[in-house]
Design a protein around this ligand. Structure first.
Ligand code: MSP
Length: 540
C-alpha cells in the first residue's frame, strides 16, 4: 500500500461536544485508529492521525446553558469524556485538536485574512430559513411543510426565519471546477462510489449558493471572532473544517504544512459528506491549497431502523458495551459486522454471536489448542525450522497453510487500500478457519500416538507461524488481543512489520511459549439476552 509515499496523514471529524460520545462517534474513531495502525505496521510512512473536538456554535452554547455552565467550562468537561473514551478504546491518535485552542483560533483568523486578500468573500444581507440544531441555512425548496410546521429536511425539526448581515464565501464560481475534479477522481477521490455519485448528482442538479460563513455576535457570541469585523464570529462549520490545516501548521509553520498537506484520508460519516466534499475543497481552492487525496464517508449504525443519535434518544453508551464484552470485541464487531460505507444494525445479540463464533471459537481456540499441544508434546518449546519435502499429506497441507498465510497479507493490504475493513478481517478469518481445519485433518493426537515426530513437529511449527502472521494482521483491529497472542507465542516486542516470508523479523522457531488464559472465554447466553452480562474475563 503506497509504499513509495513517505507520509500518511489521516483525520476524523471533530466531534461536537454537546453531549457524551456514543457508538457512532466511537465507530469513526476506531476505523481511523485501525487505518493508522495498519499504516504504521505495513509501511515505512510517517503517520499522523488527527482527531479532536468541535466546540463552538449554537448547539454547544445551548447545551452548556442547559447544563448551567459557561461554554468554556462545559466544553472542557465534555471534550475530556471523548479523550477518556479514546484512551479506553486504545486509540493511537498523534494529535487531538480542540477548536477552542489558540493554535486553531489563530489559523482560522489567518484564513479570514487570506480570503479577504484574495477577494473570495463578501458581506451581504441574508434573509431566509435557518435550522438551529444543524446550524444550516435552507432554501425554500429544501423545506418540509407538515401540519402547519416548517421543518428541516435533514433532522425534521422546526426551522426559524432570520434576517441578518453576514460574510459569504463565493462558491458558485467554483462549481464547474469542483464537478470536474470529482469526476476526474485524480486529485480528489470520494469513496464509496455511491457517495461520489451522490455529490456529483448534487452538483449537477443544484446551483451552488454562496456559503454564509459568519454569525452576528448579537445572536451568537460563542465562536471565533473575525479579524475583519467586530460584529461577527465564525460559522461553526467553517471554523471546524479548518482544523485539518490548523493542526499541521497553517498560518504558523509553512514547513510543517508542506510536510503533511494534502491529507491522505478524511474519514467522515455520510451525514457530513457535503461539508467535506463540496464546501471544504472550494475553501482549499480559494486558499490556493491542494485538495484532500481521499474522502471516505462511512455508513451509520442504526437501531430500530433509525440513525443512532442523541436527538433521537436511541444511543448506546460504548462504555456499557466495553464493560460487558471488552474493548477488542467491540472494535472487532463494529469493523466486521457491516461493510465500511454501508449502514449496520447494532444489537448485543449480534455482538455476542460474533464474539462466540469468531473470537472465542475460531481465534481463541486456535491459539489455545496450539499452545496446549505445544506444551503437551514439546514441553512448551516450538519445534525448530523444518524443511518440507512435500512427501506426506501433513506436509502438503502445512505448506498450503503457510502459502495461505502469505496470501492473506496481500488480501489484507488490498482491502485496506479502500478501507474495506470487513473484507480484511474476512481474509484473516479465512486463514484462522483453515488453520483450525488443518488441526482436524492432521490429527496431531494420532501423530503423537503413532510417533510420527517429523509431521507432529511440522504441525505445531506451522500453526505457530500462522498464529504469528495472524497476530500481526489482527493488531491494527484488536491491539490488546494481538499483543496477548504475541506474548503467549513467546515472541519479543515490538510486533514487527507485516511482511511476507522470508522477510519476517520474528519467527517462532524454537521459541519457548508462554501460554495464558483463553483470550475470549465463551459468553453463555442467559435467559434474557438483551441484558448486559457481567464482565467475562476478556482481555482488554
Ligand atoms: N462536528 C461535526 C463534524 C465537523 S468535522 C470538521 C459533526 N460532529 S458529530 O459529533 O455530530 O459527528 C461526528 C461523526 O460521528 C460523524 O462522522 C458522524 O457521521 C458520526 N456519527 C454520528 N452518529 C452516527 C451513527 N449513528 N453511526 C455512525 N456514525 C455516526 O458532525
Amino acid at each position: 500500500m503506497g509504499r513509495s509515499v513517505n507520509k500518511f496523514y489521516l483525520t476524523t471529524p471533530l466531534y461536537y461536544v454537546n453531549s457524551k460520545p456514543h457508538i457512532g462517534h466511537a465507530y469513526t474513531e476506531i476505523a481511523a485508529d485501525t487505518l493508522a495502525r495498519y499504516h504504521r505496521l505495513a509501511s515505512n510512512e510517517d503517520v499522523k492521525f488527527l482527531t479532536g473536538t468541535d466546540e463552538h456554535g449554537q448547539k454547544v452554547d445551548k447545551a452548556a446553558r442547559e447544563a448551567g455552565m459557561m461554554p468554556r467550562e462545559f466544553t472542557d468537561k465534555i471534550s475530556l469524556t471523548f479523550r477518556d473514551l479514546w484512551k479506553t478504546l486504545n486509540i493511537s491518535h498523534d494529535d487531538f485538536i480542540r477548536t477552542t485552542e489558540a493554535r486553531h483560533v489563530k489559523a482560522v483568523q489567518a484564513v479570514w485574512r487570506e480570503l479577504e486578500k484574495r477577494g473570495e468573500i463578501y458581506k451581504a444581507k441574508y434573509a431566509g430559513w435557518y435550522c438551529t440544531p444543524d446550524e444550516t441555512f435552507l432554501t425554500e425548496g429544501q423545506l418540509v411543510r407538515e401540519n402547519g410546521q416548517v421543518l428541516c429536511p435533514d433532522c425534521n425539526r422546526p426551522v426559524e426565519k432570520i434576517e441578518e448581515e453576514n460574510y459569504f464565501l463565493k462558491l458558485s464560481k467554483h462549481h464547474a471546477w469542483l464537478a470536474g475534479e470529482i469526476r476526474g477522481g485524480k486529485n480528489l477521490r470520494i469513496l464509496p462510489e455511491t457517495r461520489r455519485n451522490e455529490v456529483l448528482g448534487f452538483l449537477d442538479n443544484n446551483e451552488l449558493q454562496d456559503l454564509c460563513i459568519s454569525r452576528p455576535k448579537n445572536r451568537l457570541s460563542w465562536g471565533i471572532p473575525l479579524p475583519i469585523s467586530d460584529a461577527h464570529v465564525t460559522y461553526v462549520w467553517f471554523d471546524a473544517l479548518i482544523n485539518y490545516i490548523s493542526a499541521v501548521g497553517y498560518g504558523a509553520d509553512e514547513k510543517i504544512l508542506k510536510k503533511w498537506w494534502p491529507v491522505d484520508v478524511h474519514l467522515i460519516g455520510k451525514d457530513i459528506l457535503r461539508h467535506h466534499a463540496v464546501y471544504w475543497p472550494i475553501l482549499l481552492k480559494a486558499l490556493d491549497l491542494p485538495l484532500p487525496k481521499m474522502i471516505f464517508a462511512h455508513g451509520w449504525w442504526v437501531q430500530g431502523g433509525e440513525k443512532m443519535s442523541k436527538s433521537r434518544g436511541n444511543v448506546t453508551d460504548p462504555r456499557d458495551i466495553i464493560a460487558a464484552y471488552g474493548v477488542d470485541a467491540f472494535r472487532y464487531f463494529l469493523l466486521r459486522e457491516a461493510p465500511f460505507g454501508s449502514d449496520g444494525t447494532f444489537s448485543e445479540e449480534a455482538l455476542i454471536l460474533r464474539y462466540n463464533t469468531d473470537l472465542a471459537n475460531d481465534l481463541g481456540n486456535l491459539l489455545h489448542r496450539t499452545l496446549t499441544m505445544c506444551e503437551k508434546y514439546f514441553g512448551g518449546r516450538v519445534p525448530d525450522y523444518k524443511e518440507r519435502s512435500g512427501a506426506s499429506s501433513v506436509e502438503k497441507n502445512a505448506l498450503k497453510l503457510m502459502v495461505a498465510g502469505d496470501e492473506m497479507i496481500d488480501a489484507v493490504d488490498t482491502a485496506m487500500g479502500t478501507l474495506a475493513f470487513s473484507e480484511a478481517l474476512g481474509a484473516i478469518w479465512d486463514v484462522i478457519s483453515r488453520a483450525n481445519k488443518f488441526i482436524e485433518e492432521s490429527a496431531p493426537w494420532t501423530l503423537f500416538k503413532e510417533k510420527k515426530s517429523f509431521d507432529l513437529e511440522l504441525v505445531i511449527l506451522t500453526l505457530s507461524e500462522v498464529l504469528r502472521d495472524t497476530a500481526q494482521a489482527v493488531w491494527p483491529f484488536m491491539p490488546h488481543t494481538a499483543e496477548a497472542m504475541w506474548t503467549q507465542l513467546g515472541l519479543t516486542f515490538p510486533i514487527d512489520r507485516l511482511e511476507k516470508t522470508p522477510a519476517k523479523a520474528h519467527t517462532t522457531f524454537g521459541v519457548k511459549i508462554a501460554k495464558g488464559a483463553p483470550l475470549f472465554p465463551r459468553i453463555e447466553i442467559e435467559k434474557n439476552p438483551t441484558e448486559v452480562p457481567p464482565n467475562n474475563g476478556h482481555t482488554g
